[in-house]
Ligand binder design. Structure first.
Ligand code: HSE
Length: 406
């Protein structure tokens, strides 16, 4: 009897990998309807054995078993990290197998060269799950929005930091207290650096910026600030200004090309990004004809992320024998410096510096005082370039903190 099931291999049977297998099992009928044929997980690569697992017979420890099997058409790399994932992905593409992955670290660092390698071998390299977890974002950019001139992408791309900021805002709790609770609940890693310092959001906006520009935006070139300096007083002032504080990752076209950055921003309540709370992600895209469109959903979690990986598998099976084009070349993108970006800034200083604030930043500053906060006040500058702001800030005798306004 002819077996016309498409054969899939999953590399890494951790959270996302086991989620992929679970989605393929649970939604087998829907998956097969969507792909036009049934899918079978033929192999699962992991260092460990999984005695008693429904799929224990599929577990292998040697990548060559998978790469040498001509039946395997699609490889889901859900291992994470750079090596050995990069070597495995390259070898798979060279062996004529399509690859899909949730590995944002790898896609940010090597995605464009892997897309080119896939094209050379007439297979596909897809990475929907690497940004925004389960949100169908990259496919929308690559398909429904392909005819648009996208000039701006702004997103809340990290669930952990959005959870922390939301808790600080709603419960008035300090950063360290909320971080500890988030770690206890499994919303934050034991080593939270990648999330709270903005590195995770930086990788994700690097991928989006690469897709927007068609070139490789190196994440090392992206100006990145995390949320560790935000404290509860900032939220008190923010509420008085009718604003939330969000870690935004953005990529915007400007007269010099485009620039991209990750930093905490004060976001006015009327902007929908201000209402995105907890672990949720949201991405706002502006196209020249479309205007604004916003995507919202779970940016992390086993099933949501796995669902996005399976969407890639289906796309690949539907495009058998063809390379799915992705707008991302290995040529390095040159980013314009953030210096010329003009915006308002929120600044906190000690209460004896009101006169100096006006002298340095002009009489147009908006002063914000809270009875509950002693010994200091805040002000919002008029629109000013990043460069000018930095220069003026040095002229102040002391500064307790500042945040950009979106
Ligand atoms: N730590 C990441 C987040 C996981 O919080 O969004 C998903 O990439």
């Amino acid at each position: 009897m002819e077996d016309n099931m498409a054969k899939v291999a999953v590399l890494g049977y951790g959270t996302v990998g086991s989620g992929v297998v679970e989605v393929l099992d649970t939604n087998a009928a829907e998956v097969s309807k969507s792909a036009g044929e049934a899918l079978e997980v033929k192999y699962i690569l992991d260092l460990r054995d999984f005695p008693g697992d429904k799929h224990e017979a599929q577990v292998v420890h040697d990548i060559d078993v998978i790469l040498n099997d001509p039946e395997v058409e699609v490889i889901c790399e859900t291992m994470g990290g750079i090596e050995p994932a990069l070597t495995f992905e390259k070898r798979a593409l060279e062996a004529g197998k399509s690859v899909c992955t949730s590995n944002k670290e790898l896609v940010a660092a090597h995605g464009p060269e892997l897309v080119e390698l896939a094209e050379k071998n007439n297979v596909s390299y897809l990475f929907e799950a690497s940004v925004g977890g389960g949100i169908p974002l990259l496919r929308s950019l690559n398909d429904s929005l392909k005819h648009e001139k996208v000039d701006s992408i702004t997103g809340i791309l990290n669930g952990t930091t959005n959870y922390i900021l939301t808790k600080m805002d709603k419960e008035g709790a300090a950063f360290e207290t909320v971080l500890k609770k988030a770690q206890e609940k499994g919303y934050a890693e034991r080593n939270p650096e990648a999330d709270v310092e903005g590195y995770d959001a930086c990788r994700k906006i690097a991928i989006l910026a690469s897709l927007m520009s068609g070139k490789h935006v190196h994440y090392e070139d992206i100006y990145t600030e995390g949320i560790t300096k935000i404290n509860i007083h900032d939220f008190e002032y923010a509420r008085a200004l009718n604003m939330s504080i969000k870690l935004l990752a953005m990529c915007k076209k400007n007269e010099n090309g485009f620039f991209t950055m990750v930093a905490p921003f004060l976001v006015p309540y009327e902007n929908p990004l201000a209402s995105v709370n907890g672990v949720f992600n949201a991405i706002s895209i502006h196209g020249n004809m479309l205007g604004d469109v916003m995507f919202y959903g779970k940016g992390a979690g086993k099933n949501a992320t796995a669902s996005a990986v399976v969407a890639d598998v289906i796309d690949i099976v539907k495009h058998k024998g063809k390379h799915i084009e992705i707008n991302m070349k290995a040529e390095k993108a040159v980013l314009s410096p953030k210096d010329n970006a003009v915006r308002n800034f929120f600044v906190r200083v000690s209460d004896d510096l009101e006169e100096q604030a006006r002298e340095v930043f002009g009489n147009g500053v908006e002063v914000v005082k809270r009875n509950s906060i002693h010994g200091e006040f805040a002000f919002v500058t008029e629109p000013i370039s990043e460069k000018d702001f930095e220069e003026k800030l040095w002229k102040m005798d002391s500064v307790k903190g500042y945040i950009r306004l979106y």
